[in-house]
Design a protein around this ligand. Structure first.
Ligand code: B3K
Ligand code: ZN
Length: 875
């Protein structure tokens, strides 16, 4: 497939003003009649051929202005329709295509999930329904008529407002939906099936009533309450914080169990992976509740950032995704603890985006080239994209930022636009020059910021020497200095921030220092005593900070920093340093023990009642094995990392056994289960403490875990206990797995957790366990959630066994990729990305990974999705 390049962008030769779709639903032979009002663009010479995209389509009829077209006047194959000399004046093109939803295993276009017809059109799925100008800069007004047997499909939904319904002969019925807002084809959706409806309503700030409905399979109605509540809170919040109101009479959400990703923001008809809708205490963890709240909000917020204002082309994906992730992060911060949310977001960024940006799949937030756009729904576009928006807010201040966004909404409403237009709105509204800032969209790779400090006791000066560089990444050998906002504080001996004046020649706004050169020295005057520098507070820029702090300074920051993010970071840095040291000892088979600094800091955090419980739980969480591997960076030995981390847990736990026991057993929230942030924080701290109290091999501790497992009244505690029993190889582990399976065998989302827990079991049995589970009656290789629960969790959450020294883990994943790729390329290519850090492994392991990748690459029938990933991973 040819590469698509940003620099080659051309506006469309034709526009489509309106689309009338008539969809006659049938499981294997759905008939789609599309009437498109086409208009030649003034720049397009009259008679220029019209080229429409298709994908696996069969055309059965074609008419222009009602007249059938001569066979010589068009060419149609499965991938394209060419009308050789269309009328010069606006005309109606009518196309009839026949499609087979039951045979659609790619889950793109129109398919069926547990009998329900549903669609997924982003990025290029609409062309699997009818021939079209399937690109985001062609905006049309859609009217959709659906027709189906009423018995099978009592519910018929499409975008916009309901215009008409009626009965037909033979037990059939129809519904017509009209969406007045012009939109690109990727936002089209329809749903038809026998679904239950959970309804509520919302009144907008200007007094307009909106009907809210969530559609789920019958029997799941009572698990929709949290999603509905999250939706109403999102709608109110977007009015209050961004001044954005909803714009249709109805907002529908449909939950389906087979979905390639999390959810989709189709105009007025969001379609969700049911994982991000269904929740009750019995089946959902606190993390599930938080995820549902965030994803419901994210899709809702897209109505303004994505739908009302969309992308000109797919290179601009971060225009809607980075901005919308930023918006959902802010929403969750306002609903919960801001500090805890910030730490959670940074952990995600560092664990997912940093390795992407450091490996063969690195790309700028706005890529310049792609082969398959579905492979660019990445942590870089989403999470780094959100960080870039966050930096904009830091640089412009709350007011400047809001003014820029308001101008963007005013000016571009109804358009398909670009990052340049987005930045120009901020430049104008806030009077800023963002030309250098724009590099954040252009350059791949994570900048490394190095900070050195020197205190001069005679002159009472404190000098900060800063430098930045981006290590080379594929396609980018050199880079230019970025604009890096560094939030900071100089902390005096009493723990208070010093009130220092902005040094001459440096750009300091409030507590933010702006680094915009490769090297920069900043000298603060009148500093009475040597301060401790707290840099990158709140993680004010997506960079790696290279700053040497002594253990006592880190302990000081962990205890004293007024910035909760940097308190957490100081604990992590202390633990990480020690883990790297211990890993090296373990890899040489030498004895390793955790240093006293780390043990003391952990004990202090545990007992610091002034800290948020959830924050304490996070600070007591050791860096993951993948995080440690990333820190080590080369010649990675996953077994040594695992050993070091286990020793650290053991040393911390045994040194403070009684304290951990106290928190593990006496810290549950009171009263009946509630998913609120405070209660979730208590559960998180208690379960974290339990993991230090009940160490592997400690019979009494594991009895306590078993007690927790059997007596838990909520999924968070039950799953935490199950995971400890299984991962630590407790004697009760088989009983626990069996009890869990018996309890949840009819609930797929809960069973996903059962598969995931086993797939992430450390130890040499994991590959065999995964292979056995692939043959389990409840395993379903066609369900993306189940595949991700078993195989993706194994590949990304079980580093020692995925990278097993004999290559069996790589083989298992490579084989699975090849198998899944035949049915569902998007799920396969996502699984394949788990190889992205293969070059950082020790030589023996990286050779084995390479041969597994070469095996995938040798398959001639590989999908475009997987071909693209394997080629780039091997390059
Ligand atoms: N916009 C969709 C993602 C579509 C993925 C296409 N492969 C969900 C979201 O970001 O809200
Ligand atoms: Zn999104």
């Amino acid at each position: 497939a040819p590469a698509i390049r940003l620099e080659d962008y051309q506006p469309p030769a034709y526009r489509i003003d309106t689309v009338h779709l008539n969809v006659d639903l049938d499981p294997s032979a759905t008939r789609v009649t599309a009437t498109l009002k086409l208009r030649r663009q003034p720049e397009t010479p009259a008679g220029s051929p019209l080229l429409l995209d298709g994908d696996e389509l069969t055309l059965t009829e074609i008419r222009i202005n009602g007249n059938p077209l001569a066979e010589t006047a068009f060419k149609a194959d499965a991938q394209q329709l060419e009308v050789s000399a269309p009328p010069a004046e606006p005309f109606d093109l009518t196309l009839v295509t026949e499609i087979n939803p039951d045979a659609n295993t790619k889950l793109m276009g129109l398919y069926r999930s547990s009998g329900t017809y549903c669609t997924q059109c982003e990025a290029e799925g609409f062309r699997r329904i009818t021939y079209f100008l399937d690109r985001p800069d062609v905006l049309s007004v859609y009217t959709t008529r659906l027709e189906a047997p009423k018995k099978d499909c009592p519910v018929l939904l499409a975008n916009g407002n309901l215009a008409e319904t009626g009965e037909l002969d033979d037990g059939r019925h129809f519904a017509v939906w009209h969406d007045p807002h012009p939109k690109p084809a990727y936002l089209f959706a329809l749903v038809a099936g026998n679904l239950a409806e959970v309804s509520d309503s919302f009144t907008t700030a200007s007094g307009k009533g909106v009907a809210l409905n969530i559609y789920v399979e019958h029997g799941k109605e009572d698990r929709c309450g949290w999603a509905m509540d999250s939706l109403k809170r999102s709608m109110r919040w977007d009015e209050e914080v961004f001044g954005r109101e909803y714009d249709l009479d109805v907002f529908n959400i449909v939950a389906v169990s087979d979905f390639n990703m999390g959810a989709m923001e189709n105009k007025g008809l969001n379609i969700f992976n049911d994982k991000y809708v269904l929740a009750d205490p019995e089946t959902a963890t606190d993390q599930d509740y938080a995820n549902i709240e965030a994803v419901i909000a994210h899709e809702y917020f897209h109505n303004w950032t994505g739908n009302r204002i969309t992308c000109r082309d797919w290179f601009q994906l971060c225009l809607k995704e980075g901005l919308t992730v930023f918006r959902d992060q802010e929403f969750s911060s306002d609903m919960r603890s801001r500090a805890v949310k910030r730490i959670a977001d940074v952990r995600l960024l560092k664990s997912h985006q940093f390795p992407e940006d450091a490996g063969p799949l690195a790309h700028p937030v706005r890529p310049k080239i792609y082969h398959e756009i579905n492979n660019f729904y990445t942590a870089t576009v989403y999470e780094k994209g959100a960080e870039v928006v966050r930096m904009l807010k830091t640089l412009l201040g709350d007011e400047g930022f809001r003014a820029g966004l308001d101008l963007y909404f005013d000016r571009h409403d109804g358009e398909a636009t670009t990052i340049e237009a987005f930045l120009a709105s901020f430049e104008e509204a806030a009077g800023a020059d963002l030309s250098q800032f724009a590099l954040w969209y252009e350059q791949a790779g994570t900048p490394i910021v190095t900070a050195e400090t020197e205190y001069d006791p005679d002159r009472k000066t404190f000098t900060l020497s800063l430098s930045q560089e981006i290590p080379p990444v594929p396609g980018q050998k050199t880079s230019r200095a970025a604009v890096i906002p560094l939030r900071f504080g100089l902390i005096g001996p009493n723990g208070e921030d010093l009130d220092v004046a902005a040094p001459e020649g440096a750009i300091v706004a409030g507590d933010v220092l702006i680094l915009d050169k490769a090297h920069q020295d900043v000298t603060f005057e009148n500093v009475a005593a040597p301060p401790v520098l707290s840099l990158l507070r709140g993680f004010s820029a997506p960079v790696r900070l290279n700053q040497h702090l002594e253990p006592r300074d880190l302990a000081f920051l962990a205890a004293q920093d007024k910035d909760p993010f940097n308190r957490w970071q100081a604990v992590q840095t202390l633990a990480m340093r020690d883990l790297v040291r211990m890993t090296h000892l373990c890899s040489q088979d030498q004895p390793a023990t955790c240093s006293k600094d780390v043990i003391d800091v952990f004990a202090a955090i545990l007992e610091d009642a002034a800290l948020d419980d959830a924050l304490r739980a996070l600070a007591l969480t050791l860096p993951s094995e993948a995080d440690i591997a990333q820190e080590i960076g080369k010649d990675v030995d996953p077994d040594a990392i695992h050993a070091a981390r286990s020793i650290m847990r053991r040393d911390i736990g045994s040194e403070h056994k009684t304290a951990f026991q106290r928190f593990a057993t006496g810290f549950a929230p009171e009263g009946p289960f509630s998913p609120d942030a405070a209660s979730a924080g208590k559960r998180a701290l208690a379960n974290r403490a339990l993991s230090y109290f009940a160490l592997p091999g400690d019979a009494a501790g594991q009895d306590t875990v078993w007690q927790r497992f059997t007596s838990a009244d909520n999924m968070t505690d039950r799953l935490a206990a199950l995971t400890l029993l299984v991962h630590d190889g407790a004697p009760q582990k088989d009983d626990a797995l069996e009890a869990y399976r018996d309890r949840y065998k009819d609930n797929s989302l809960a069973m996903d957790k059962w598969f995931m827990t086993q797939a992430t079991t450390p130890g040499p049995k994991a590959v065999d366990i995964v292979i056995a589970l692939m043959g389990h009656p409840l395993y379903d290789a066609t369900n993306p959630n189940r595949v991700r629960a078993l195989l993706q969790s194994f590949a990304t959450g079980n580093p020692t066994q995925f990278a097993r020294a004999d290559g069996a883990g790589f083989e298992l994943v490579a084989e699975s990729v090849l198998e899944i790729d035949k049915r569902n390329p998007q799920v396969a290519s996502r699984l394949l990305t788990s190889f992205r850090s293969w070059r950082a492994l020790d030589p023996q392991r990286s050779a084995l990974a390479e041969s597994a990748l070469l095996r995938v690459s040798a398959c001639e029938e590989l999908s475009r999705d997987s071909r693209d990933i394997v080629d780039r991973t091997l390059q």
